[in-house]
Ligand binder design. Structure first.
Ligand code: UD1
Length: 341
């Protein structure tokens, strides 16, 4: 019998790509999403790509206990992946209470509901942001969590702690914390991809919107960092590689108890300028860009040591930076307005 995985926030960018890879790997998938930053259309496209049906689609807020209980009473869930959460760094500084309320409450409600229905496996979307400002690159999982620079980052920090405490108290619980680096790219079909609302905060969606003519120019935030070309370096990871990391975590979680933490990155940093020039080269176009001042809160460098994921999960990234740039553009070109017509 195939195992059934519940994706909270499964219609979003990382959730939808993970749904595809889980279905391809033979898992059954149920999705809960309130579409606050996503569309149901992405789920129809997941079904189109895979030629398979999702076992259930529920429109609900993960903070809504009754709605979650309905899902758990209608499906025998084997493991949950918690993607649901607010994730805009700048907005989190303006609306901290909304971020703490939503991100913490939703995960607490999920853990309580799992307990009630005797579901003991949870994979949590964490972030490299928990390494904070003090740790040295490349980051390894046993480093202490550092001081975060914004409420979004603190919600990840706090939820990692909450899940660790829950696993300490309940020896039946298995928790996998996945620390994502910088996911970019899209499924190679161009049917699903990142669909930010309003002005994008993150680099790749901004570049794609400049390329498609929706934004006039990209500003590169700072070229006086202590890096080879002066611009910040990040560990960009193709979202399909990231999604496959979740499949490996699902395969693994049924044989463990306690907490395991994994970095999901490539281990190779690229600078902002390298991203821009690679995007231009592989897509054969010119981007309008200027160098501007630094953005508050940015680190010069952030990248993973992902040896543990290779050793324990047997996972490593397969896609190149060229693939990431080509697939991001393919999605944007085919869907200039995202999932909206
Ligand atoms: C940010 C968050 C991280 C979160 C991630 C989600 C922080 C400090 N960062 O990462 O927690 O998990 O988003 O994807 O909390 N850049 C430009 N011009 C732009 C936009 C970005 O030059 O218009 C540069 C930035 O300065 C940075 C790089 O591009 O050097 C990547 O930025 P971004 O995509 O926003 O990701 P991070 O800040 O690394």
């Amino acid at each position: 019998m195939s195992k059934k995985i519940l994706l909270l926030g499964g219609a979003g960018y990382i959730g939808s790509h993970t749904a595809v890879e889980l279905l391809n790997a033979g898992y059954e998938v149920v999705v809960v999403d309130n579409y606050s930053n996503s569309c149901e259309e992405s789920l129809h496209r997941v079904e189109k790509i895979t030629g398979k049906k999702l076992a259930g689609i529920y429109e609900a807020n993960v903070c809504d206990k009754e709605a979650l209980e309905k899902v758990f009473s209608e499906h025998k869930i084997d493991a949950c992946i918690q993607f649901a959460g607010l994730k805009a760094v700048g907005e989190s500084v303006q609306k901290p209470i909304e971020y703490y309320r939503n991100n913490i409450d939703s995960t607490l409600t999920l853990i309580e509901t799992m307990k009630k229905f005797n579901v003991n496996n949870i994979i949590f979307s964490s972030s490299a942001t928990v390494y904070g400002e003090e740790n040295k690159v490349p980051y390894t999982e046993e480093m202490h969590r550092g001081r975060c620079t914004n409420p979004y980052g603190w919600t990840k920090f706090m939820l990692e702690q909450i899940l660790q405490d829950a696993a300490f108290a309940n020896k039946d619980l298995a928790v996998v914390l996945l620390r994502y680096f910088n996911p970019i790219g899209a499924h190679e079909s161009g049917l699903i991809g990142e669909d930010p609302q309003g002005i994008p905060n993150n680099l790749m969606p901004y570049i794609s919107q400049v390329a498609v003519g929706k934004r006039e120019k990209l500003t590169i935030f700072g070229n006086d960092y202590p890096t080879p070309d002066g611009t910040c370096r990040r560990d960009y990871i193709h979202v399909v590689d990231l999604a496959k990391g979740h499949v490996k975590a699902c395969d693994y979680i049924f044989g463990m108890k306690g907490v395991e933490i994994f970095n999901l990155g490539t281990g190779t940093p690229y600078s902002v300028t390298e991203i821009v020039t690679t995007f231009e080269r592989v897509n054969n176009l010119k981007l309008n860009y200027v160098y501007g001042p630094r953005r508050a809160g940015d680190l010069a460098e952030s990248y993973a040591n992902s040896d543990k994921a290779l050793k324990v999960l047997g996972w490593k990234t397969e896609k190149t930076l060229e693939d990431m740039c080509r697939d991001s553009w393919n999605w944007q070109k085919k869907n200039p307005n995202g999932y909206r017509k």
